[in-house]
Structure formats: C-alpha cells, structure tokens
Design a binder for this molecule. Structure first.
Ligand SMILES: [Zn+2]
Length: 244
C-alpha cells in the first residue's frame, strides 16, 4: 500500500485525472482547485447514473446476492482494458474491513464499479474523507454508502469499553475511539446494544460526512450527491438502507 500523500503523489495511485484541474463548477463547487498541471485535458467520462439510480442498482444487485442469483460481475480482460485508462465508479462504499462484508461481493459488482474505503467499524478518518472527496469531486460519483454490519467486532469493542471498561493494545483503541459516542448513546435504547450501536455509528458517519466541507456539501445542496447508510445482515445477506 502506498504510504505517500499529496495530490501529485496520489496521482499514480488514483489515476491520471488527479493531475488536471478539477471542474468542480459542474458539482456546484466554486473557488476550489486541487491541481492544475494539465488543465487543458478534457474532462474524463463519468457515470451517467444519478444517485437514485445508483442506489437502485445496489439494491437490486443485493437482492440477487441474497437469492444466490448474482450475475457474473465484469472481471474479465475486456472489462480490465475498458477501464484501464479511466475509472467511472457509480458509488462510494465506506464499509468495514470485516472479511465477511466485501462490498463488491454483497452487491455483485466488478472491476471499476465501486470506489471503496474500508476500515474496521466503517468510520471516517481524514484520509478516508479525502478519498471520498476525491471520488465525488474528481470522479463524479453520485452516491456515498456508509455500510455497517451485524455483529461488527469494532463496534463490539466500543460497547465492551463502555460496558466493561476494557482497553485494547496497540492502535486498536484509536480505531475504536470514533465509535464510542454511538456505543454510549445506544446503551439505554431498547433492543440489542451492539446492533443499536452499529446503526447509530452508521448514522453518525453519514451525518458527519454531510457537514464535512464544501467538496461534499455543495454537490449535496445541488442535488448531485446523496449519502445514505445501510446495515448488512450476516445471516441473510440483506442490506437494509435504513438511513436515507
Ligand atoms: Zn465490522
């Protein structure tokens, strides 16, 4: 994994688009330039899906996954070459690192379809936010999904800190830290503490993204972007988009 930072350094990682001027006016963002070394380059192709269409595509694909009827995703040489020079993902998935919740599988998607940010507990760090902003501002992604899941270990760790006062070694405590407010507020709710905290954590992250700055706020206000939250059920495979 590349440990570099900065727009220029990120270009090889994310694609050549990073080195042209962002046409943020199209997203309702003004006065923001990320880079300008190749400003004469034409705007790259973007998905033609709206946020609602992107969400509909995910919902239908998850329905097929639940029914064990996922069509073969585009993973072949033809698709690889088709997107080799340019990516046009239609959704950002901010999801957990858990091995049981790979977004491409849950939603039956192939190469170049989803722009994913994965971290245990599906929280948003500055680096994660930057990745999401890049996907929206530079790649024109119309939909962000924050995806939590049943029996999330990271959320469970937050609950155990609140309930039992346990501590975790290394950087695990820092990883769990952003989830603690959700775990605390879920404590007195009816039902299962962990599952309530999973949902609260998703809502917290969605709402945080909505006020994270111009790069997301402006396209949101212009109706060009939606941010929604979902919960994946480990048992039946269904994703409930409960926060829209
Ligand atoms: Zn998890």
């Amino acid at each position: 994994m590349c440990a570099c930072s900065g727009a220029a350094a990120a270009a090889p990682l994310l694609g050549a688009n990073a080195l042209r001027t962002l046409t943020l006016g199209a997203l309702g963002v003004s006065g923001v330039a990320v880079s300008s070394s190749a400003s004469a380059a034409p705007a790259a192709a973007r998905t033609t899906l709206t946020a609602d269409q992107a969400l509909q595509r995910l919902m239908e694909a998850n329905k097929a996954f639940v029914a064990d009827k996922t069509p073969t995703p585009q993973l072949d040489r033809k698709r690889r070459l088709e997107i080799a020079q340019n990516q046009t993902p239609f959704a950002v998935l901010l999801s957990c690192s858990d091995s049981r919740v790979p977004p491409e599988v849950l939603f039956g998607q192939g190469l170049g379809d989803l722009f994913t940010v994965r971290v245990a507990g599906n929280t948003v760090s500055p680096e994660g936010l930057g990745s999401i902003e890049y996907a929206v501002a530079e790649l024109g992604v119309p939909l962000i999904v924050v995806l939590g899941h049943e029996r999330c270990g990271a959320v469970g760790a937050a609950v155990s800190i609140v309930r039992d006062g346990v501590s975790f070694p290394g950087a695990i405590g820092e990883m769990v830290g952003p989830i603690l407010p959700a775990a605390i507020r879920a404590r007195d709710e009816d039902g299962d503490w962990l599952d309530n905290a999973v949902r609260r954590n998703v809502v917290d992250v969605v709402e945080r993204l909505k006020v994270s700055g111009k790069l997301l706020e402006d396209p949101l206000a212009a109706g060009k972007l939606k941010i929604v939250g979902g919960r994946y059920d480990l048992d039946d495979g269904h994703v409930d988009f409960f926060h829209r």
